[in-house]
Design a protein around this ligand. Structure first.
Ligand code: GLY
Length: 427
């Protein structure tokens, strides 16, 4: 099978690492890729949001399957253009990708299909702000409707309404471009967040792993929100009963509902869950694998990934056996550039990342480039993903942090407490 993989981050490095292990793969091309991906596959300098460029590349290499990592090209209709060209795509059409690209769409869809989630209002003008603030109480949860590169959600917990009013006004006023033209305000949900994944082929959905992310920049879950500073899998908070409830109450009705409404969902559906006393509730959907959740899923996946991606794109998931997972834990520690997430400094020379850390440790490249002298340098906010497996989460954590200690990223930082919730759990 000839595969075109779209993306350049740690998530795509992890997908490439797993895809090249498939016996059915004949050629893997990645656009635009990164140095780590370049060591595994052919990389081509086509941007991950350049729909026409990606379509031309898929045609040129006669791709049997296009696997889309990030969401931007999906929102712009890459899956639609590939379908017109008769090329299978792992990733939803623009209409189905609204589950990620429009929070207002997803909240209304959740109402129509009775998915458990928080109450909400959609604000489209200044006049709508005060009534919305009267309906909810702090902490106020304020979300830009559209894709906002991780900057679209604010939780405002202050005595007065003034900060929340200003945050909504700022979004409506254009601070996030058209993503903030509509704003969703919703009731704050108590509980613990976790990420659950399902593969969908438009008709059938199958569970495809779960993980827990650490969104805050610093230890103890302090500091600014980020794209994710580390993950681990499995996440004990997602017990079999909770996962089953979430699958039945959210994923299955979503796949059914999207098909009935004329936008069958194909690809991976990432459900961000809040797990509280009343059971799991939907925080948000994403139309892609989580990053860095994907990295720990790939370390734990024992089955060949490619048949699942292909079946999700073309139909037939119901005919595949349930995927097998290693009975081991996996962890990912993100090494971030100085200044991340506000103003990451690029260019720092990385040392030690290409060492052999043994069979249970993999260092995925995220925001990394090679300079003119062939050295690895920081080229983004989240630079490296140091991942490890172990019989226990504690063992995986020790292996990952032993590797972290051997890598130098001048000015960079990482969290030292990835996995703390699971590691502190009794039993
Ligand atoms: N790690 C969170 C996300 O991928 O959205």
């Amino acid at each position: 099978m000839i595969v075109l993989l779209v993306g350049s981050g740690g998530r795509e490095h992890a997908l490439a690492w797993k895809i090249v292990q498939s016996p059915t793969l004949t050629r893997l091309v990645v656009a635009p890729g990164n140095p780590g991906i370049g060591a595994l596959a052919e990389v081509r300098p086509v941007r991950a949001d350049d729909v026409e460029g990606l379509l031309a590349l898929a045609r040129e290499i006669a791709a049997d399957l296009v696997v889309v990592g990030p969401e931007a090209a999906l929102e712009r209709g890459l899956a639609d253009r590939l379908a017109e060209a008769g090329i299978a795509c792992f990733g939803p059409t623009a209409s189905a990708a609204r589950l990620e690209s429009s929070k207002a769409f997803t909240k209304a869809f959740a109402d129509r299909w009775s998915l458990p989630t928080a109450e909400y209002v959609v604000i489209t003008s200044m006049e709508g702000i005060t009534p919305a603030l009267k309906r909810f109480k702090p902490p106020y949860v304020i979300k830009a409707d559209g894709l906002a590169a991780g900057k679209g959600v604010q939780i405002i917990d202050s005595e007065t309404d003034a900060d929340a009013w200003a945050a909504v006004m700022n979004m409506l006023g254009g601070a996030l471009g058209k993503a903030g033209a509509r704003v969703v305000m919703e009731a704050f949900m108590e509980g613990e967040e976790a990420s659950m994944f399902a593969l969908c082929d438009g008709v059938t959905a199958i569970p495809f792993g779960q993980a827990q992310d650490h969104k805050r920049a610093h230890d103890g879950d302090t500091g600014l929100n980020t794209g994710g500073m580390g993950t681990y899998s499995p996440a004990p908070v997602l017990t079999a009963a909770v996962a089953e409830a979430a699958f039945e109450q959210m994923v299955e009705p979503t796949v059914r509902g999207m098909a009935v409404e004329g936008s069958p969902y194909r690809g991976v559906l990432y459900a961000g869950l809040m797990i509280g006393a009343g059971g799991p509730r939907l925080v948000e959907y994403n139309a892609r694998f989580g990053d860095p959740e994907c990295q720990v899923l790939m370390l734990r996946l024992e089955s060949d990934l490619l048949p699942y991606l292909h079946a999700a794109a073309t139909g037939g998931l119901a005919d595949l056996p349930a995927p097998r997972w290693r009975d081991e834990a996996a962890i990912c520690v993100v090494l971030a550039a100085e200044g991340y997430p506000e103003a990451p400094r690029t260019g720092a020379v990385i040392e030690g990342a290409e060492a052999d850390f043994g069979p249970d440790v993999v260092v995925f490249h995220a925001g990394v480039a090679r300079d003119a002298e062939g050295r690895l340098v920081a080229a983004g906010g989240r630079v490296l993903n140091v991942c490890a497996r172990g019989e226990t989460l504690g063992q995986a954590r020790d292996r990952a942090y032993a590797a972290v200690a051997c890598i130098r990223l001048p000015g960079g930082f990482h969290r030292t407490d990835i996995g703390w919730r699971a590691l502190q759990r009794p039993g």
